[in-house]
Structure formats: C-alpha cells, structure tokens
Design a protein around this ligand. Sequence first.
Ligand SMILES: C[S@@+](CC[C@H](N)C(=O)[O-])C[C@H]1O[C@@H](n2cnc3c(N)ncnc32)[C@H](O)[C@@H]1O
Length: 286
Amino acid sequence: MTPLPDSGFAGPTAAGGLSAAQYAVIHDFLERRVGIRLGPDKEYLVVSRLSRLLTCFGISGFAELIDRLSAADHGDLQTAVEDAMTTNETFWFRDAVHFRVLTDGILAESKRTSLRIWSAAASTGQEAYTVSICLQDAMQLGRVRRSLDYQILGTDISATALQQAQTASYCGVSAARGLSDDQRRRYFLEQQGCIELLPLYRQRVSFRPFNLLQPFDLLGRFDVIFCRNVLIYFSQERKREIIMRIARALHPGGHLFLGSTESMSGYQDLFEMRNLQGGLVYRLRS
Ligand SMILES: C[S@@+](CC[C@H](N)C(=O)[O-])C[C@H]1O[C@@H](n2cnc3c(N)ncnc32)[C@H](O)[C@@H]1O
C-alpha cells in the first residue's frame, strides 16, 4: 500500500477531533481502495462512522488511525474502515419496475432455459432476493418458462452487509421496508419481530465479497447485471471504467440495470437503451 501522508497536523478546523488535513487523507484512502468519493464537507460522516471503530480497535484518535492505516500489516483495520464507510441503504422491491422489466420484458421475449444474474452491489441482500422472488412468481404464473434454471450471485465490498444477506433474516424497524403486508406474509416466516425469507427464494442465491475495483474475470459472465445505486459514489473516470468492464462481463445481448436516478450517456456504441414495461434497461450490443 502507498504510504499515507503525514497525519500529525491537526489543522485549523477540527470536527469531532478530525482535522481538514486528516479528512483529506481518509478521503484519499477510500477513493483509492473502494472508489468511494465522499465529497467536500463530509467530516461529520467520517467522525460518526469511524468513532465506534476507534474504540473497538483501541485507537486513541484519527492521527493514530491514519498512522496505522498506512502500515501494511493492518489489513483488518483497513477492511473495517472501508466497511464502516460504505452506505448500505437498500430495501425490498426497490425501483420495482426493474423486476417487471426483467420478467415481463426481457424474459418474455427470450427463449433462454438458464439465466445468470449478478447483483453487483448487493448490500444486505434485498435486491438479489427480490429478483429471486419475482422470478419464482413469474415461473409459477407461467409468465416465464417454468423450468428456467436461474442463479443469482450477490457481491459487495462490505463483509458486514453480506453476513446479513447470507442469513436472509431481517430484524428491526427497517426489516420489511418496501414490502406490503401481503408480500410479507407470502414470502417470509415471521418470528419475534424478525422476518426470514422462505427457502424457495433463497436456494439459488449466493453471496461473496467482491470489490468492484478488481477485475471481474473470476466471476464469469452474466445475462443480467444489477449495478444500482453504487456508481453514484465514484468519479466519472471510475464509473466509465467499471461500465466498460461490466460490458465485458455480459453475454452478447445481456442487460444492465442502473438505479432509477442514475443515467448512462455516452455509451451508445456499447449499449442500446430500452424502455420496456415502463422501465429503462441497457442492452449490450452484439
Ligand atoms: C446504496 S447500496 C445499494 C444497494 C442495492 N444495489 C440497491 O440499489 O438497493 C451501495 C452498496 O455498494 C457497496 N459498495 C460500495 N463501493 C463498493 C465497491 N468498490 N465494490 C463493491 N461494492 C461496493 C456498498 O457496500 C453498499 O452496500
């Protein structure tokens, strides 16, 4: 790892014990390792997300944290900082139109017997599992070939988020966010304030840690990629570079979903923008 600049200078404007110079160092660390750009004036975010971590690691303050981050033998600390600084917000049936685009648009016009799907910033798993729920429903209703052999891979850089995803069990106030009462009853077991996804919807979904800045080759190729609400955190150059690699990870004619507030202009040579079932999706040109 490249040594981090000297962190001793506390700077004139220290927010919660974090100086402007220290903020710049942590910002640079995250940009290089995760791609995330916090932007200016987000000192409060760093303080609120890393303060607990300082206590856990027995670190006296941000100056010591930065010194330790630059040491090669502090992989656990580096990973914990990356994890703590990710924004894992997600919910069930987010941008619901995308799932209809998949089942009633893309699959309705395809003769595919198998399908490989990648949820590329899976967070706590709701996106990958929502795809599975929608595919199972469509198969049962005969809108999609009943024998469709699908596999869904969910990846994320946050180990904490993925641990939650793997359990498929959600507790607390946000557990059922995005679900109607009917969906909650149909797809989940309810126990003591927690909801647990039924095995039918979990069985073809797997998760593994993965940083989008790494080469995608080991993951194989996909028919559909969901890369929603993550590229917004990256610089334009990084976003472009990741989209180019996504194109190489898709089978010819494969589809890419971005978040509904994200746009992708300047890629007309590579992707055709389609409006299906009232939603937008990008198809890789063959
Ligand atoms: C806001 S959530 C989006 C979750 C889901 N795709 C959705 O739309 O609901 C963004 C996720 O991207 C992940 N992430 C951020 N940088 C990443 C990177 N370099 N590689 C892989 N995942 C990353 C975060 O950990 C977080 O879980």
